[in-house]
Design a protein around this ligand. Structure first.
Ligand code: ADP
Ligand code: ZN
Ligand code: ZN
Length: 665
């Protein structure tokens, strides 16, 4: 018999497949593409996916190693997931083996059996489902339009102000798809949103629902994944990586808060889950709904270009009203620890009426800077070009970039003269100030520092829902998606951060965040107020956002982007290179630049330049931005660069390629 070769995708950064000889005495019938195989690789063993059984190899037999073990009887993924992974590997120029590994639950990556442990008692179907509210006209139109698109590829942008009943639209549409035996995938941006969303779904459906997110145990994730693959789980709700969940009969995809940049993976395999979800809907010939109160500029442009169908929910559902906005000019009011008199007064009034107040400050820790009043010295991280953040509890200096933690110095490190002063405002400092002003009111802080433990976020949410009057204080973790019916006043402590950033997306993100935070106010029968503290109340973008609304704001931003041919009117890819000597990173990117030029195509190259955070974890970081007017041009150039890349780096340089980056600084 002719020897055959196993061509395997392995989880290594190398962008190619690897040939092996089949394990001894294996039945050739067992060698089906799509199964996992364990193989020796350098001095380790790796688990990869068999891509094909080839009759020839370019490597002589005596140099080939033999695969150790076959791990599956049947292919791990259905065909559509392979196609999606293959497409993603091509588009993001990432190794197929790493893409496939990212698409499987950790236990499968480690070689555990893809085996279901079916529980004997099915506890999930106990519910008489809750009675649904009657849909308003805009909701009914949205549901009907989505349902009419069954089994066809269509993209809907569901643009509905916060509290307009988007989730209700999802639920009704899902119901119709379940009736015809199809499964539904719901992608949500963040883990903190998932418990509430899942509870709402569970209350309304008498079918098995699986949630996939990082606070589950690995075994739970695997079981959820398998339940979706078998068709038993009818609804899957998950964060970013759930876009790779296999289904027996997928009929509809929903991407909630489609504008949220946490759908973009920010390390290694830098995919955008929303964009992959659209590709998946395309491959599966099914509809996809992108929902948001603040759609991305990309999606608005796609509506304009008639690639997406537009569905709008212009008013809040039921009797809830949109909140009223008030700007507080920080230059003209006295303030204490970041809180103006006006805001404090309003807080008192709302709390006296037994309502909840939410304060938003997107900076954790106590103070962003520790400063010597004598000589001006600032505590900086030794490994990064960044300031150490002063944390109050536990007391320490903390670098938010490399996680270095130091004791708080008692004297200045430079002049040794005077004690140091924390400058600026973080959530912990605000919490201290609030304790002084409101000693009798429960203060609930929500940020990354106090939600790290498993279940901590859920406990805080439970507390918020059980208290009457309370002050909720937090970073963007608190801003998104939550439904807090008792919140009537939202205070944005510092609205200015996004107005003057060098990143071209900063204004868009500032507007989205502001409206998302504001959207937490007055979501039930009580009307809401939003107070925005700023030093730039006349800034045209702020004026536009608050007086004309998000539509005008986003159209103005789109016009600006078109003028300066920035995305979505052009396409970006970013090479980041890191090295211990800044020069090495620079030379490497310069070499890439030359390859790009020699490709003689129409791309614009910006850089290499030091990143905004020029040094991180002891490594110098440089950027090269490639801009093209067409996706295909960009792809062509990248393909060319990557063919040469291994010989371009003479010095040790760590590099990554980010296609469609969401941050370019
Ligand atoms: P969104 O997802 O757009 O923020 P939700 O779907 O969470 O909005 O709806 C906000 C609130 O309004 C929820 O309490 C929901 O139950 C309620 N709601 C939704 N649709 C209706 C309706 N047609 N009539 C009455 N209440 C509704
Ligand atoms: Zn650091
Ligand atoms: Zn000093």
């Amino acid at each position: 018999m002719m020897p055959s070769y196993l061509r395997v995708a392995l989880p290594t950064p190398l962008r190619r497949l690897f040939d092996y000889l089949p394990p001894q005495a294996i039945d050739p019938k067992a060698l089906i593409p799509g199964i996992r195989v364990r193989v020796p690789f350098q001095s380790r063993t790796l688990i990869g996916i068999l891509i094909e059984v080839a009759q020839e190899s370019t490597i002589p037999d005596e140099k080939l190693r033999t695969a150790l073990e076959i791990l599956d009887d049947v292919p791990l993924f259905p065909q559509d997931i392979y196609r999606l992974c293959q497409w993603a590997a091509d588009y993001y120029h990432h190794s197929l083996g790493e893409v496939l590994a990212a698409a499987m639950p950790v236990l499968l990556r480690r070689g555990k059996a893809a085996e279901r442990k079916v529980k004997k008692t099915s506890k999930e179907i106990a519910i008489t489902p809750e009675t649904p509210p009657e849909l308003n006209e805009a909701q009914a139109v949205a549901v009907n339009t989505i349902c009419a698109a069954q089994k066809t590829f269509r993209i809907f942008l569901l643009d509905g102000v916060t509290g307009s009943g988007k989730t209700e639209v999802y639920i009704r549409a899902i119901n119709e798809f379940l009736q015809v035996d199809q499964q539904v995938l719901v992608l949500v941006p963040e883990i903190s949103l998932t418990p509430q969303t899942i509870e709402r779904f569970r209350a309304r459906f008498a079918v098995p629902i699986v949630s996939l997110h990082s606070s589950l145990s690995e075994q739970e994730r695997l079981q959820g994944w398998l339940a979706a693959r078998s068709g038993d789980a009818k609804i899957v709700i998950g964060t970013r990586s759930a876009v790779f969940t296999p289904f027996a009969q997928l009929g509809l995809i929903i991407v909630d808060e489609e504008h949220d940049i946490s759908f973009k993976q920010q390390d290694r395999f830098r995919y955008h889950a929303r964009d992959l979800a659209i590709m998946r809907a395309n491959m599966n010939h099914i509809p996809i709904v992108l929902g948001s109160a603040t759609p991305s500029l990309e999606s608005f442009l796609n509506v304009k270009r008639q690639r997406y169908d537009y569905l709008s929910l212009p008013v809040r559902a039921g009797i809830a009203q949109l909140p009223e906005y008030k700007l507080i000019d920080l230059r003209r009011t006295s303030q204490e620890e970041g809180l103006s008199e006006t805001l404090l007064g309003a807080m008192q009034a709302h709390l006296a009426a037994d309502n909840q107040v939410m304060l938003f400050l997107n900076r954790r820790g106590f103070a962003p800077v520790l400063y010597c009043t004598q000589c001006g010295w600032i505590a900086k991280c030794r490994r990064c070009e960044a300031r150490m953040v002063y944390h109050y509890s536990p007391a320490r200096l903390h670098c938010h970039y490399c996680d270095t933690k130091n004791a708080i110095p008692t004297r200045c490190a430079q002049c040794n003269e005077s004690p140091l002063q924390p400058i600026g405002l973080g959530t912990q400092r605000l919490e201290q100030a609030l304790l002084k002003h409101f000693p009798d009111v429960p203060i609930i802080r929500v940020d990354r520092d106090n939600t790290r433990k498993k279940g901590a976020m859920q406990d805080l949410l439970t507390q918020i829902h059980s208290e009457k009057k309370a002050i909720l204080l937090g970073t963007q973790m608190l801003a998104k998606g939550h439904h807090f019916p008792h919140v009537t006043l939202v205070g944005i402590v510092d609205a200015d951060a996004g107005l003057f950033s060098v990143d071209f997306r900063a204004a868009e993100q500032m507007g989205q965040l502001l409206l998302q935070v504001a959207g937490r106010a007055g979501r039930a029968e009580k009307p809401g107020t939003v107070m925005i503290q700023t030093r730039h109340p006349d800034h045209p973008l702020m004026q536009l956002l608050l007086h004309q609304g998000y539509h005008y704001f986003s159209q103005a931003l789109l016009a600006e982007r078109e003028q300066s041919t920035l995305p979505p009117f052009s396409y970006f890819a970013l090479f980041r290179a890191e090295s211990y000597k800044a020069q090495s990173a620079n030379e490497f990117l310069t070499a890439i630049k030359e390859v790009c030029y020699s490709a003689a195509s129409k791309v614009t190259l910006l850089g290499p330049t030091p990143a905004l955070l020029a040094k991180r974890k002891g490594l110098h970081c440089q950027h090269l931005l490639i801009k093209a007017d067409k996706r295909s041009t960009l792809q062509e150039v990248l393909k060319n660069v990557l063919q040469h890349i291994e010989r371009l780096s003479a010095h040790p340089v760590k590099w990554v390629l980010d296609v469609d980056p969401v941050e370019v600084i």
